[in-house]
Design a protein. Structure first.
Length: 195
C-alpha cells in the first residue's frame, strides 16, 4: 500500500475518532473506508470501477440509487424493468431497508453475481453483466449482442446447465435401455413363437 494511501486512511480514522468523541454520527464515512476490506474478493481497481458506474447513475448525487435512477439505468443498459421488477431488484440488496441502493448495497449485487446467487433472468443479473461493458461505446444493440454472447458462453460452463444436460443424457440412456429391453423381449417372444 502506498504511504500516501496509508496516511489518508489514518487521517480519516483520526477524523472518525474525533467525530466519535464529539458524539457525531460517522456511519457513512466509516462504511466508505470499509468497502475495500468488506469486499475483499474485489480488487481496488474493480471497486473503483463499480464506484464510477454507481456515480454515473446516481444522477441526484446523493450517494444512493433510488427507484427512478435505477429505472433509467436499466433502460440505458438495454434491459428495461417494470416498476415491480425495479422494486424487487432494490429489495434483493436493500439490507438497511431504506428503499434505495447505497454503494455498499450496490457492491452486494456484484458479490451475489460472482457467487452465482442471482437467477439468470433476474434484473440484478442483467445489471451485473451489462455494467461490465461500456454501453456508451458499443451502443445498446452492441450491448445486447455482447450480452447474448456472454450468456451463451456462461451457459457452456454453467453448473446448472451441466446438470440439465446430464439429466437429459440420463433420460436419453434410460429411454435407450427401455427400447433395448423391448427389442430383447420381442426377440425372445419371436423365438418362443417359433418353437
Ligand atoms: Ca440518487
Ligand atoms: Ca438501502
Amino acid at each position: 500500500m502506498a504511504s500516501s494511501e496509508l496516511s489518508d486512511i489514518l487521517n480519516r480514522r483520526q477524523k472518525i475518532n474525533d467525530a466519535l468523541e464529539n458524539g457525531e454520527s460517522v456511519k457513512q464515512s466509516f462504511k466508505v473506508v470499509n468497502v475495500y476490506t468488506e469486499f475483499h474478493e474485489f480488487s481496488r481497481k474493480q471497486i473503483k470501477d463499480y464506484q464510477s458506474t454507481f456515480n454515473k447513475y446516481d444522477v441526484g448525487r446523493d450517494g444512493f440509487l433510488d427507484l427512478p435512477e435505477l429505472k433509467i439505468m436499466m433502460e440505458k443498459l438495454g434491459a428495461p424493468q417494470t416498476h415491480l421488477g425495479l422494486k424487487a431488484m432494490i429489495a434483493e440488496v436493500d439490507e438497511d431497508q431504506d428503499g434505495k441502493i447505497s454503494f455498499r448495497e450496490f457492491l452486494l449485487i456484484f458479490r451475489k453475481a460472482q457467487a452465482g446467487e442471482l437467477p439468470e433472468d433476474s434484473g440484478l443479473s442483467y445489471l451485473a453483466r451489462l455494467t461490465e461493458i461500456n454501453v456508451d461505446e458499443v451502443g445498446v444493440n452492441g450491448a445486447k449482442n455482447f450480452f447474448e454472447a456472454k450468456i451463451e458462453q456462461q451457459l457452456k460452463t454453467n453448473k446448472f446447465h451441466d446438470e440439465i444436460r446430464q439429466e437429459q443424457e440420463e433420460r436419453r440412456l434410460a429411454e435407450q435401455e427401455r427400447v433395448n429391453r423391448r427389442a430383447q423381449f420381442q426377440q425372445k417372444a419371436a423365438i418362443f413363437q417359433h418353437n
